[in-house]
Design a protein around this ligand. Structure first.
Ligand code: GDP
Ligand code: IMO
Ligand code: MG
Length: 423
């Protein structure tokens, strides 16, 4: 059986958690392929809101295996907190959650290094979530990292100590003001590791290979968004992993020839949290309304998200890079009542009109050119069927489908599982 793939097309927080939860009934396995606790994936049902960071968003379904893939970086302390917050829901976590031996561990000193590095950058800081993501992936590619599978080896603590000592001298190098008590952090870390070690570690590429042979259905869950991709995002204001479709192959050990559907998720407008260019960003009452009505605050850090109009130049780029086969449009309900909507369809770039994303999208180089559309007045949040979608929203959807050349199969009209229209 082939593997389907779901990923974000903007700067993250598109609503991946909600849609993975909605789709999980169709899958035997949900597999996270990259990122770590910088992600915050929100799911809502039965009046309860859940936020997941490392654990895949299929965890609330009894008969689904949730796999944390080799491409993910795991902070045992945050993993433990996630497990604790799930403990009251009667989920058989020991049966339904498995972890790749090849996933890398975020150490307490990775978090400290993240903070020291960001502090040293001053105004040029990335706006990292400070979860230690960058330093952990640096140790992975630098071939110094500690992997989940190392915990099964006798001498891993020696390796840990050498790496942690090196990190401490690197923190000194930054001359940072950050204060820390490493022994306290390590106590918490080692306690959390014991909990992590009570879960099943697997050779996940083999597990997924066998599952495919047995005809099991698999959905790969992405984190962050395509514009935060280490290669194709707005570098250096990006995360440290491949968030795009190729990341699912390396992050799970699945061949490109086995990928079937690529579900691309986007908001009906755009948000970004952290630093970096954002051509369609709004600083007026439209942006303020998007933030307020859309409750645009980071699920991991609580920071307000920057808001702006939909950017089709950037979205087309993401659709192309990922080979998206189906689109899902989220949060159309947030735009209800807007007297007008704008969609950026090209950029004025160094005096010329262009329709592709150029190397540099800093404010001084790029002016967005907009197509203006009519807004919809109707409250969408109670709608459950495509026949109820108002004409103005259908016009908006048709316009996007024509521009992007991919069908929009799901329109989400609220945070709850049930507020989902299939087209
Ligand atoms: P993720 O990181 O892609 O999983 O997205 P987040 O969970 O960080 O952010 C999406 C936010 O929007 C969450 O608070 C969701 O509950 C919420 N959400 C998802 N879909 C919709 C929608 O269609 N309408 C509204 N109003 N909220 C939504
Ligand atoms: P989900 O999966 C939105 C952003 C940070 C920062 C940059 C680098 O919930 O969509 P990092 O901590 O990786 O060093 O931060 O990336 N960022 C996200 N923004 N959603 C996310 O994840 C993000 N994960 C990281 O704000 O700008
Ligand atoms: Mg999020």
């Amino acid at each position: 059986m082939a593997v389907d793939l779901l990923l974000g097309l903007q700067w993250g927080d598109e609503g991946k958690g909600k849609i993975v939860d909605v789709l999980t009934k169709n899958y035997d396995i949900i597999a996270r392929f990259q990122g770590g606790p910088n992600a915050g994936h929100t799911l809502e049902f039965d009046g309860i809101k859940h936020v997941l960071h490392t654990i895949p968003s299929g965890i609330f379904h009894d008969n689904t295996i949730n796999l944390v893939g080799n491409g993910v970086v795991i902070d045992p302390v945050i993993f433990r907190k996630e497990l604790e917050s799930l403990s009251k829901y009667g989920i058989d976590l020991k049966k339904n959650l498995v972890v790749s031996r090849k996933a890398h561990l975020i150490l307490p000193t990775h978090r400290l290094l993240d903070a020291a590095s960001e502090a040293s950058k001053g105004k040029a800081k990335i706006g990292s979530t400070l979860k230690g993501i960058g330093p952990t992936y640096m140790d992975k590619t630098g071939r110094n990292g500690i992997r989940v599978g190392d915990l099964e080896m006798k001498d891993w603590k020696k390796k840990y100590r050498a790496l942690a000592n090196k990190h401490v001298s690197m923190i000194d190098f930054y001359h940072s003001e950050i204060e820390f008590d490493l022994s306290e952090l390590e106590t918490e870390f080692f306690e959390a590791l014991e909990i992590l070690q009570s879960y099943t570690f697997i050779d996940s590429e083999e597990f997924l290979h066998q599952a495919q042979k047995e005809g099991k259905t698999i959905l790969a869950e992405g984190a962050q968004g395509s514009l935060l991709d280490i290669d194709f995002g707005t570098y250096p204001y990006v995360t440290s992993s491949n968030t795009t479709a190729a990341g699912a192959c390396t992050g799970l050990g699945v061949s490109p020839s086995r990928i079937n559907e690529v579900f691309g998720i986007f908001k009906a407008y755009t948000t970004r949290v952290g630093s970096g260019p954002f051509p369609t960003e709004l600083f007026d009452s439209y942006g303020e309304t998007m933030g307020r009505v859309g409750n645009e605050f980071g699920a991991t850090t609580g920071r307000p998200r920057r808001c702006g109009w939909l950017d089709l130049v950037a979205l087309k780029y993401a659709v192309q890079i990922n080979g998206v086969t189906q689109l899902m449009m989220m949060k159309g309900d947030v735009l209800s009542g807007f007297d007008k909507l704008k969609v950026c369809t090209s950029y004025k770039y160094k005096g010329k009109v262009i329709e592709h994303l150029p190397y540099n999208i800093e404010e001084e180089n790029v002016t967005p050119i907009y197509t203006e559309m009519k807004g919809w007045k109707d409250d969408l949040t109670t709608m459950t069927d495509a026949s109820q979608i108002p004409q103005t929203l259908n016009d908006y959807i048709s316009f996007l489908e024509k521009e992007l050349e991919v069908p929009i199969k799901i329109v989400s009209v609220g945070p709850d599982r049930t507020q989902t229209i299939h087209r």
